[in-house]
Design a binder for this molecule. Structure first.
Ligand code: HEM
Length: 375
């Protein structure tokens, strides 16, 4: 496929995607958004549960518990939140979550940020908050939103995600009843759907955990490595080869930032629109190692403006991965179907089924659909 075809569906801001954003802009981004201070860990040596529902005066306000064991504290917190909700007679419905979706959607476009959208960094936040899951120990995942705590926020892989977390604070302020895990994953769903991606089935029910639930460093993938590493990391979450390849297609969106990961540049010419262009470019372009004073990455020979990480490139060098990557390059509908299923599962990692508010996932409506309905 030619580049001009790939450019076709883009919003104007995306056309400037190949430019590299000046470092000064990154610096100002960092000045503007500092890391959210983590709530203090609440622990006590005595196993007494101190419930101060007085603090739960507002809708869904936080109740404070002092409990020795973090799991028990979470359970206590959950029932406390439910008690607070019962007190205020407020139980959010799908329509309430749709309001949150709509609010997030209003925050996506920003002419002065990257390629004109916060969508990609919100997708990365949702993925990094979920991708810490370990199926053997049943720890990590999106349930407890542990990236709120400095011990996890400071992992190298999470550099720059303070921008996404801070952006969502204004949504949390307006809808204070929503848990951070639900807010971050719903933001990922909103961003994907609003950037022309497929519907991502989503359920509410995550609860805010404690600092003790934060995961150790090293659970997220290292972009400098190869297929064995990808299988190890994604296998730990419970994903197979096909799902690894489908999930990687998220790199049609966004870009690498030297100040965050050390890598630079976008993967596609349409970094604010989800398409299967990532796979097409992997096959159609000639990729060569970039000669620069930075980590090993590939660039397209023709324009030298696109990039691939070593972990992206293994999708065409590993025989098993290649089969799926080729199928997605040839069929965007197939990519969307498999991407939707894998992302929906990714965002639910670590959440006990009984915690979800509904047995069946919801399909949140896009802003366009809601506009259509009003006509
Ligand atoms: C396969 C293993 C993966 C590796 C090694 C990897 C690595 C990276 C790196 C190094 C960046 C650049 C960060 C920056 O400098 O801002 C990045 C960005 C991104 N990643 Fe991944 N990633 C992987 C999988 C995924 C998955 C599974 C998703 C989502 C389903 C995802 C979504 C994104 C998005 C949307 C961005 C762009 C963020 C932005 O523009 O700010 N990645 N990834």
């Amino acid at each position: 496929m030619s580049f001009s075809l790939l450019r076709a569906p883009l919003r104007s801001a995306a056309l400037t995607s190949a430019r590299s954003v000046p470092r000064a802009q990154f610096r100002s981004a960092f000045r503007k958004y500092s890391t959210t201070p983590p709530p203090p860990a609440q622990k006590s040596s005595s196993k007494t549960l101190l419930l101060s529902l007085g603090a739960a005066a507002g809708v869904g306000a936080v109740a404070f518990y002092y409990y020795g064991d973090s799991r028990e504290a979470v359970t206590a917190l959950k029932s406390g939140v439910q008690a607070a909700k019962a007190k205020t007679n407020f139980v959010p419905t799908k329509e309430d979550y749709q309001k949150v979706y709509n609010k997030i959607a209003t925050l996506l476009d920003a002419d002065d940020y990257d390629d004109g959208s916060y969508g990609p960094v919100l997708v990365r936040l949702a993925w990094h908050s979920s991708g810490t899951y370990d199926k053997d120990t049943k720890t990590g995942g999106s349930n407890y939103a542990t990236m709120r705590f400095e011990s996890e926020a400071s992992h190298g892989a999470n550099n720059g995600l303070n921008i996404a977390r801070n952006l969502l604070e204004q949504v949390k302020n307006e809808f204070d009843w929503i848990s951070y895990g639900d807010l971050w994953t719903l933001a990922g769903v909103t961003a994907i759907q609003e950037m022309a991606g497929p519907k991502i089935p989503w359920r509410a029910g995550r609860i805010d955990g404690q600092a003790a639930d934060a995961t150790p460093d090293g659970r997220l993938p290292d972009a400098t490595q190869g297929s064995d590493h990808l299988r190890k990391i994604f296998g730990r979450m419970g994903f197979n080869d096909q799902e690894i390849v489908a999930l990687s297609g998220a790199h049609a969106l966004g870009r690498c930032h030297p100040d965050r990961s050390g890598f630079t540049g976008p993967w596609t010419f349409s970094p604010t629109t989800l398409t299967n262009a990532y796979y097409q470019l992997l096959f159609d372009e000639t990729w060569q190692w970039k000669k620069w004073n930075g980590p090993k990455q590939l660039e397209d020979k023709k324009t030298k403006s696109l990039m691939m990480l070593p972990t992206d490139y293994v999708l065409v060098t590993d025989k098993s991965f290649k089969k799926y990557a080729k199928a997605y390059a040839q069929d965007q509908d197939l990519f969307f179907k498999d991407f939707s299923a894998a992302v929906s599962r990714l965002f639910e990692l670590g959440v006990p089924t009984q915690q979800f508010v509904t047995p069946e996932p919801w399909i949140m409506k896009s802003v366009d659909e809601q506009e259509e309905e009003k006509k």
